[in-house]
Write a protein that binds this ligand. Structure first.
Ligand code: SF4
Length: 279
């Protein structure tokens, strides 16, 4: 049986993108190919905020401090925190997922597989998880990805077959990283990979925006995705893993989205739950 290193597993509502407000189980896998230390920082500078969190002081995700700069889910990929993320069998994960559901069986809830970057090596384990009998009532999955990881041929075929059954739906919520993340354009903007996700399900792009410069970068990225054949919707979302930063940006980003004829995504987990771990 396959195993997955699980950073967090919790029930909440989807706060972002196409399914905002939908009750969802979040499976946050451990590991990411990026660090995104540029978020919330002056351009060209990288945050060291999470570096100052001492892993020895924390025994569970819920007690970890929030950060206002850099990646807000830093503990889901930083090796210093890997002791908080157990390696669980797919059977144990299926049991835990269904246990979080209000009726202990699937109704209208979605499964959100997030990270870190959930399309790294764990692609090999997801078929075992989804084949578990407890997952048979699941109808909708979203992969929250940074859009840099191609689907393996085996996993792509598996997902195509999975979605053919009973009109199940697969969505790729692609949070492509602009230069404000601190990641390099050539590493982060991978249009051909995202276009391939559209062979499997619905894909949409979600850009985190703080400034007019970020918006200009998003427009360049959108042009690159479109010229590669990307057909999906595009969302602009305000930067801000903490409420003080989010409320400085949300209205301005909504106005930018309106002017450009793009979609606006909120981050409902920030005003509703203060973006605490496990929400
Ligand atoms: S891609 Fe996402 S999880 Fe990975 S470092 Fe960037 S913001 Fe964090």
């Amino acid at each position: 049986m396959s195993k997955i290193k699980v950073a967090e597993l919790f029930y909440s509502i989807q706060g972002e993108g196409r399914f905002m407000g939908v009750p969802s189980v979040f499976l946050r896998t451990f590991g990411c190919n990026f660090k995104c230390a540029g978020f919330g920082m002056p351009r060209g500078e990288l945050s060291t905020e999470a570096d100052n969190v001492d892993p020895a002081l924390y025994k569970e995700y819920k007690s970890l401090p929030l950060v206002s700069t850099g990646c807000d889910s830093y503990a889901s990929w930083d090796p210093r925190f890997k002791h908080l993320s157990p390696l669980l069998s797919t059977d144990a994960i299926a049991d835990a997922i269904v246990d979080t559901l209000p009726y202990k069986e699937w109704k209208d809830e979605h499964l959100v597989i997030t990270g870190g970057e959930p399309l790294l090596g764990w692609q090999r384990a997801y078929p075992d998880l989804l084949n578990n009998v407890k997952m048979s009532g699941l109808k909708e999955i979203t992969f929250e990805t940074n859009g840099t990881q191609p689907l393996s041929p085996e996993f792509k075929k598996y997902l195509q077959e999975w979605s053919r059954w009973h009109h199940r739906e697969i969505t790729f919520s692609v949070s492509a990283k602009l230069p404000c993340s601190g990641e390099r354009w050539e590493d982060a903007i991978c249009p051909e990979i995202v276009v391939e996700y559209e062979d499997v399900g619905t894909a949409y792009l979600k850009f985190v925006i703080a400034t007019e410069q970020d918006f200009a970068d998003a427009e360049c990225a959108i042009a690159a995705y479109r010229s590669a054949g990307f057909k999906g919707h595009v969302y602009l979302m305000p930067v801000g893993g903490v409420e003080s930063v989010y409320t400085l940006n949300n209205r301005a980003v909504a106005v930018m989205a309106m002017k450009a004829g793009l979609r606006y995504s909120d981050r409902l987990q920030v005003p509703l739950f203060k973006n605490e771990w496990g929400t």
